[in-house]
Design a protein around this ligand. Sequence first.
Ligand code: TYM
Length: 343
Amino acid sequence: MSKPVILTGIRANNSLHIGNYFGALLPMVDMAQNKADEYQINLFIPDLHSLTADLDYANFQSVILNNLKMYVSAGLPLNKADVYIYRQSFIPAHSELTILLNSFIGMGELSRMTQYKEKSAKFHEDRIPVSLFSYPVLMAADILAYGASYIPVGDDQTQHLEFTRDVAIRINNLFGDIFVVPRPVKQQHALFMKDQGLRIKDLVDPSKKMSKSSESDKGTIFLNDKPEDAYTKIMASTTDSLGVINYDKASQPGISNLLEILSLVSKEPLDQIISSYQGQTSYGEFKKIVAAEVRDFLMKFQSSFDKIDEAEIYDKLKLSEIVMNQQANKTVYRLQKALGLRS
Ligand code: TYM
């Protein structure tokens, strides 16, 4: 029996931010450090997905390398056999599988995806990139190619996971056991010891998620921000006029977001953080505490980043990409046979 696969991808359109770090990267690193004997760990750069958003093409390779270095500074072990890091475009099976899946997926279901609706809204209808529309199909291919059961992602990607499960079940109903169906999202959260997916909010507009592609970078803490700049961003973050600290995402989204960030960077459980600060009335003092913790977190992270050996990363990529091509090609072949493309 092969091991169950845990898999996630993080686009490289920009440096990683703390939402990517706590929502996706850290759960993977924890698994890679502690569970690589029980699970196969796949962490990849969805470089083809990056093409769906604004991209500085000339610097794309260096952003990719930078993000890979961030994986390693976050603690990803490079010396374990069943931990793989790879680039999506180096495994052509992802693209092939996308084309094959396209015939079993409806335009309606893709146009109802929240991320598609949000991201397509800024384009004239004639110019909405087709890649934005088919983003979830490529994501399903990324997951199904390796038979992944667990996919640690932030809350914004839950809909894409449900879609992937639907597609896998649909194909299996038609052709027998072609794909491993990823576990229901609730079971996935249980494995990563969470009750739901994480969603860190933008510091300037806490009604939106923190994102790589925000118009201004004032609302986003990037892992390569200067620690002092991150301090300033927290101090300038939007709160509310109620004047009492409470964890209430609906009426105090800014303060609730800061409480969550403090819990994540200080590694103290959220309910403990809430009971320490609830009822306090100085937002300024509270922000200073959060800002100092974020600054310390970045200082530590960046000091390990500076020590990363790039050659070791390239060696690991090369090895991983050979194995990943073999695994993904097997899945594609199974579907090709079922579709009569191969005998
Ligand atoms: P990307 O690069 O947009 O996001 C990478 C991961 O970071 C999480 N994330 C957040 N988590 C909490 N709070 C936030 N503010 C926040 N912003 C981002 C995302 O949920 C994601 O887990 N579509 C994926 C990339 C992908 C993928 C895959 C993931 C492509 N193929 C296959 C898993 C499996 C994405 O959102 O990337």
